[in-house]
Write a protein that binds this ligand. Sequence first.
Ligand code: TRH
Length: 379
Amino acid sequence: MRRSWDIFCIVIDNFGDIGVCWRLARQLAVEHHQSVRLWVDDLASFAPIAHDIDPQSHRQRLHDVDICLWQPSAIEDIEPADVVIEAFGCEMSEYYVQRLALKRTPYVWINLEYLSAESWVPHYHGLSSPHPVLPLTKTFFFPSFLPGTGGLLRERHLISHRRSFDAESEHEFLRRHGLPERTSAEIRVSLFCYETAPVEKLVQILCESTVPVSLFVPEGNVALRISTFLGERVCHQKKLLRQGHLTVQIFPWLEQAEYDRLLWSCDINIVRGEDSFVRAQWAAKPFVWTIYPQTEGAHWHKLDAFLLHYTAGMETEMAAMVQTLWTSWNGKIDLNPIIWMNFLALQKSLIQHNNEWVDQLLKQSDLTSNLVQFVENRL
Ligand code: TRH
């Protein structure tokens, strides 16, 4: 049934919050024919991943989604939707909550949480919490890899599109973005990470590689650091930086669907946060996760929990090599050429493992369908 949805998103830092909300909003509108308003407090951070966004426009419609700049005054006079989603614990204005309490028709209020593979997630997924004063209840919805959770964002045709991404599609993709064509025996690596990662160390290792390596880096501080490390004073978008066997291509941010294609086309994907981490899994190429660092090392529990599930079924030695690279990339131990080369040697086995991992994840229904089903059961 067609319902109205309000999705509220505060951009705290980075792009993951709006990245997840934008995928969810589009999928609800396009695949499930829902009427969706996406409230976001920062349109400038939205534009790099959705190039048709006009950061000056307070209301616009894109991919069947109404995108609204979330300012306190914008919420006045609006009728709350049938389904209200607070993404990542962002709190809706008190005014909106008051209006929700006065709503005469049934509604569902959902708090969409951060992704985690920790074992407590299935126990907390779906729990409800009453409002301290008003007759309102919100439900916590947890995206995760585990059965009994909200699942992962995955568009209906994502995997079939990825599987049909052949040499011709790759050629077109590269041409569209003015990216260099693949040369034989070359390894292509995409690098999207936090500044905490040992970027210079990796670049040094890649420079000394015995096989040619092409590194694709989105513009930003990491790209700047790489340029400086390679002796460039300016960070050029289109220019190829070369040293030893390494070629670096800095690219302007791609739209989400195109970023997916970059992940499909690379041999190794270094990703971060939440959304690109999930997309790298759908890409099924060997990947390395730069986890968002949290206070008191809480992120290590998240990383370990994921690795526990992801490496289950791998041979012990293979699992250890993956784990060593991931922990060194995230700063627990020093990254060195052996750690990288060991990971590289696993390329073929990792592709096979990742395809099996995808098959396992496909047994779960996707996050958006789960949300729609949850709402239908409630209303
Ligand atoms: O930007 P992130 O670091 O976001 C993070 C996480 O969401 C984390 O959980 C949260 O706590 C923190 O922000 C505040 O990484 P993430 O999640 O991968 O989001 C990046 C988005 O940018 C993702 O939707 C993919 C998209 N993207 C593009 O669309 N084009 C690009 O060229 C690139 C590099 C990324």
